[in-house]
Structures are given as C-alpha cells and as structure tokens.
Design a protein around this ligand. Structure first.
Ligand code: PLP
Length: 387
C-alpha cells in the first residue's frame, strides 16, 4: 500500500512511543497527586510544556495541552471571543476565513447561534489566499477575535499569517491561527508570526490521536470550555494526558529539528508528482496556490469523474488518499473550501487530495502518478457520474 493521506493522520513514531511508554506504565501517576508518582508525572508534564514552548518560541505558561486540534480551535475561538465580550459587551463579531476547518468554522457558528455574535467571513482568491486588504475590509470596532488558518488541509494553500496578524494587531484584535497542518512543515515561532493564539494537533506529526496544544500569548484572556479541577492554569480542566503531552512534545521537537531539510526534500518530490499528474491526466487541474502551498499536499480536480470513484479505483490499485478532506469524505456535498476558491460544484466533486509525510519516496510517487492516470482513465471510460 502507498499511503498518501498523511494530512488525515500519521502513524506514531517509534521515538514518540518510547518517550510515552513510561507514563503509560510504571510512571502512571496523576500530576495533581501529592506523592512521588504524581510528582514525576507533574515533572514530565512540565518538561513537555517547556519543550513545546521552545519550538514555538514562547513561555511554558503560554502552552495549554488539549485533546487535539479541534479542542484547541474551539478554545481559541470561543474562549477568546467570550472572554472579550465579558469585558466589553460591544464586542460581538468574529472574523474567520472562507476556508477554515470545521473546528474553527463551527466554533464561530456556535457563537452566532448561542451568544449573539455575527460571523464575518473573509473571502479568498482562486488560490485560496486571504489578502491583508481583504481582512482589513471586514474588521470592525466590534470584532472580538480573528481566526485564519496557517495552511489549508484540503488544498495546502499557505496564508500570509504574519501580514494578516499585523492587520488585526493594528486594530487591537487578537489573532488565532490553526497551524494543525502547518506544524512540522513551516516555521512555528509565534513571535515571528505575530499571532496571539495558535493550535497544533499531535496526530498529524507522529504523535497519537487525541492530544493537541493551544498557545495563547501572555495575558490574553480565554474563557475555559471545560470546567472542573482547574488544571492547565484553569484554562482546561481535566486530568492531563501526560503520555500524550510527552508524545506531542517529542514529535514536535523531532519534526522541528529537521523541518527545513524535510520540507525541501518533500517539495521536490511533490512538484515532480504534480508535473507527472498534470502531464499524464488530460484535463487535470491543480487546486490551491501553485507555489505557496504545504510541501505535503498535492490536490487536484479531475473533471468528468467523481472524486469518490477515483479514490476507490486508486485504493484497488494500492494507493490510499482522500477526496476533499477526511471530514467531508463520504458526503456528496462539494467541499465548501473548493467552492470558496471559485471552483464550480460539479468540478469540486471530482477533487482528490494526496498528502505526504517525510517517509514518502520518489518511487512511491512515480507509481502513484501512474495509478492516478489509470484510475482517472478507467473512471472516465466507465462513465461514473459526480456524486
Ligand atoms: N484543523 C485542521 C486544519 C485540520 O486539518 C484538523 C484535522 O484534520 C483539525 C483542525 C482537527 O484536529 P484533530 O483531528 O486533532 O481534532
């Protein structure tokens, strides 16, 4: 099997599992317990926090461990908006981009449904980019928070986060970015990015599913979503997932250590794959930004097919990938992200995403490009209809 669905998830790295093992077995303590087992768990958690902080260029106290990217996004968007509104009732708008992951988009919609917020959606261009001008145009004195992702999970487009964050800062509005797909591939220094909050998920990086991080700058107020024992400095109650935090910190450090080299290698392989697919499949269209895209994502539309049929045919040939995003898989609706890029619904339903981790090889991608050519050809011949 050639696994080209790393944007959906990745296997746990051996070094990560080894780092976690003690905290799943002998050192199983609860970090809040006042005995030596609890003490060693608390120390491991503190060390994991310091490790994450080092990669992000922030203070350990600015790192909150969560149950994953979804919770980090929810805590950022809802938590910052509600805290700001509690301090100033005039703040009743949130800004998101038109290509956010549902974890951000649905958090904003929740604020709209239950807390009287209005949601302002910044449009993207045909490459999926938000421009600083487009963001400036939707900011209002009532804007409580802005959330714009670092890199898109469906088409891989990278946003000019530092420029966008600067626009929000000028207006005094806190800026959150979902860096779930960017982590491991792009620089994550929160000072350079100029963001007030940033989300990461472990399982996209070689750590297990169900662990994530939210960075929140300094004294930025965040209303907690989980109430209870006051763990994570009151930001996120619940007994901490110590092994998960250790695993995430290890995976993040490993990915960060050779980020530039890995990204360079995978970009070359990705570009050769894109060329092979565009040359081998008549009518194939690359979606997303041609250059400012994640090293790890190549996404296409294959007009005259359906993405689901191509996916099934590819799997029969031993290539595993995804149609649109994992969350949209199995649904007939065209991807909202592709529609936001101005792609017609019928064409959007023919989308297929190939995503790579650092272990991908040139031989894998050559074989995959031939399989794509064959799969699209056979779906077109058999006349599968969209949907
Ligand atoms: N944000 C983006 C951009 C993602 O791609 C994902 C996962 O697919 C998430 C958030 C959610 O992360 P998690 O699966 O850890 O909840």
């Amino acid at each position: 099997m050639i696994f080209l669905d790393a944007a959906a998830t990745t296997p746990v790295r051996r070094e990560v599992l080894e780092a976690m093992w003690p905290f799943l077995t002998g050192e199983f303590g609860n970090p809040s317990s006042h005995h030596s087992l609890g003490g060693s768990a608390a120390t491991a958690l503190a060390d994991a926090r310091k490790t994450v902080a080092k990669v992000l260029g922030c203070r350990p106290g600015e790192v909150t461990f969560t149950s994953g990217g979804t919770e980090a996004d929810n805590l950022a968007v809802k938590g910052m908006a509600l805290a700001r509104q509690a301090a100033d009732t005039a703040l009743n708008r949130v800004v998101i981009s038109a290509v956010e992951h549902p974890a951000v988009e649905e958090s904003a919609r929740y604020l709209e449904r239950f807390h009287g917020f209005a949601v302002d959606v910044v449009p993207v261009d045909r490459a999926g980019r938000v421009t600083p001008e487009a963001l400036a145009a939707v900011l209002r004195p009532e804007t409580a928070v802005v959330s714009i992702m670092y890199a898109n999970n469906e088409v891989g487009t990278v946003q000019p986060v530092a420029d966008l964050a600067a626009v929000a800062r000028e207006q005094g509005v806190p800026f959150h970015t979902d860096a779930v797909q960017a982590a491991g591939w792009l620089p994550l220094d929160v000072k350079v990015l100029g963001v007030d909050a940033l989300s990461i998920s472990g399982h996209k990086l070689g750590a297990p599913k169900g662990c994530g991080v939210l960075f929140v700058r300094g004294r930025t107020r965040v209303e907690p979503l989980m109430h209870g024992g006051g763990q994570e400095r009151g930001r996120r109650s619940g007994t901490e997932n110590v092994a998960g935090a250790v695993g995430l910190a290890t995976a993040l450090t490993l990915a960060h250590a050779d980020q530039a080299r890995r990204a360079g290698t995978v970009v070359r392989l990705r570009d050769a794959f894109i060329t092979a697919v565009l040359e081998g499949v008549p009518g194939a269209v690359l979606t997303g930004h041609p250059v400012d895209r994640l090293p790890s994502i190549a996404s296409f539309c294959f007009p005259g097919t359906s993405g689901e049929s191509v996916l099934l045919e590819l799997e029969r040939q031993g290539v595993v990938c995804s149609s649109g995003s994992a969350c949209a898989a199995g649904s007939d609706a065209p991807s909202a992200v592709l529609l936001a890029l101005g792609i017609e619904g019928e064409v959007a339903q023919t989308a297929v995403r190939f995503s790579f981790d650092a272990s991908v090889t040139a031989a894998d991608l050559e074989a995959a490009a031939s399989a794509v050519q064959a799969a699209v050809g056979s779906v077109r011949t058999l006349g599968h209809m969209p949907g």
